[in-house]
Design a protein. Structure first.
Length: 492
């Protein structure tokens, strides 16, 4: 691709103080003060796997954070361990929310903690139901009915339990039993509880939603419950259920009141928690919006910026295309990292994906094999499609609303003196931990040196193992008068 001149970006040469900045490429450093720039701080970063989105965008962003609150989603724990000491030295409160290994973090997330009204219950139920990647051509009746049933079960838990958690809601769902007789309306083991609630207040929210379910024919009710149960099973893993019982809960208002760095760890290979993470994002935005609305100036006291790595690989965040349209006025902003525009459209749909793109005043294109994305960049940059598809590795095109495109190189994070120091200290800590592990392992007997994967697998099997009688014990317990009992047992 032919070299082009860099023009019209007004890149400042120096910053006299240590204000928050955004580094988006070689020589591309911008203020985050929306009043000065006239732009929002939403950034869309598009690049194929291995194009350098994390090291050239995410890590420089953390390096240049001094006063804003940060919510950073990661799949690599190295980033968390690398930057925690730096941010702590700058006065940040560190929150570590680990969805893969909840006990490794220092906070947990329970969606029931943010229920302040019946509208919040409805929002939570809708977010759970719509957060899974289901066939959108299905009859919406089943999802709507499942959400209504979930409304009833959440409300019942809140009304009857002391210090309830979402684990209590899940236990109620797991224990719910529906009559199998098809000649009458629904009969369940929760009927007495809802009758009690109705005796206290005939029009209460829980009973109202429960009647919608209980008045259905048994076969239809079974289908509704099956819809809800399948969503719950795919969303809430056993590890998440344990997390709901943890004591230290995450409070979103902390992000808005003091500079805080919240790291969210997800798995790059286990998609089972993606829908729950989408639910987390939905509640994050809702709570921050509500908190800002209650401020005298309608803004958060401390700006909050979300960095969402692999934003389009999980499940859609409910209402995100609506939220991003009004983020700026609340002092909320996002950096979204995706592999292609097609990926974003496949997750959110063409209309919402276009809305998301249009509300990012900054767009960084770092190369992609996706033809549709390359065609859009070709039109937007007014250069041949062939040049876009043949961009050299390390090159990028930066678009800023109101400025001409900037053709240049991605930021060389490794040449940053502060990053070099961060990396040096991180390597020292890693080496120290490695030597400690080696010392511990060297003291073990050779027959105890199983690899980590085998140890984890063995521990998991021991945890879930249920001891059953051996075949001999079954044989010994069968009397002469019951010759078929053994066969029946093994058939079962």
């Amino acid at each position: 691709m032919a070299k082009r001149k860099t023009r019209s970006l007004n890149i400042p040469a120096k910053y006299p103080d240590r204000a928050d900045r955004m580094i988006l490429g070689d020589g591309c450093i911008f203020s985050t003060d929306c009043r000065k720039t006239g732009l929002n701080n939403n950034i869309l970063v598009v690049g194929g796997s291995g194009s350098g989105k994390t090291v050239s965008i995410v890590e420089p962003f953390l390096l240049e954070s001094f006063s804003r609150s940060i919510v950073c989603s990661v799949t690599k724990r190295g980033i968390v361990n690398k930057f925690i000491p730096l941010l702590q030295n700058r006065g940040y409160k560190i929150l570590d929310l680990d969805f893969v290994h909840p006990s490794r973090g220092n906070v947990c997330f329970d969606p029931l903690d943010y229920i302040n009204s019946f509208a919040d219950i409805s929002f939570l139920s809708q977010s759970i139901i719509s957060g899974t990647r289901r066939n959108h051509n299905l009859d919406p009746y089943w999802d709507e009915s499942a959400a209504s049933l979930l409304n009833a079960l959440i409300a019942e838990t809140l009304m009857l339990k002391d210090d309830p958690t979402f684990a209590d809601v899940l236990e109620t769902i797991d224990s719910l039993f529906i009559s199998s007789r098809y000649d009458e309306l629904v009969t369940t083991d929760l009927d007495e509880k809802f009758k009690f609630l109705e005796s206290k207040d005939p029009l209460n929210y829980a009973s109202s939603n429960w009647r919608t379910f209980s008045n259905l024919p048994v076969k239809t009710a079974g289908c509704v419950f099956s819809t809800l149960h399948s969503i719950i099973d795919s969303t809430f893993t056993p590890e998440l259920r344990v997390m709901f019982r943890m004591r230290k809960r995450l409070r979103f208002e902390q992000l808005a009141n003091e500079k805080t760095a919240l790291f969210i760890t997800s798995s790059p290979v286990d998609p089972s928690i993606n829908s729950f993470i989408s639910l987390f994002y939905a509640q994050l935005f809702k709570e921050l919006f509500d908190y800002a609305e209650n401020q005298p100036d309608g803004k958060l006291p401390v700006p909050v910026h979300l960095i969402a790595d692999d934003f389009a690989t999980g499940c859609p965040v409910p209402l995100f295309d609506q939220y991003i349209s009004i983020l700026r006025e609340k002092q909320i902003s996002v950096t979204l990292l995706i592999q292609s525009e097609t990926q974003l459209a496949s997750l959110y749909g063409d209309g919402p994906a276009t809305t998301i793109r249009n509300n990012c005043d900054t767009y960084v294109y770092m190369g992609s094999n996706d033809l549709a994305t390359a065609q859009n960049i070709s039109v937007r940059a007014n250069i041949p499609l062939k040049d876009i598809l043949e961009m050299p590795i390390g090159s990028q095109i930066l678009f800023r609303h109101g400025s001409k495109p900037h053709y240049g190189q991605r930021y060389n994070t490794f040449a940053n003196a502060e990053y070099q120091n961060v990396l040096r200290e991180y390597k020292k800590r890693v080496a120290k931990e490695f030597r400690l592990r080696q010392r511990v392992r060297s003291g073990q007997k050779s027959n105890q040196k199983n690899d980590d994967a085998n140890r984890r697998h063995t521990a998991f099997l021991q945890e879930i193992c249920i001891r059953v009688p051996s075949e001999k014990s079954f044989v010994g317990s069968v009397s002469a008068e019951e010759p078929d009992l053994l066969a029946q047992l093994f058939e079962e």
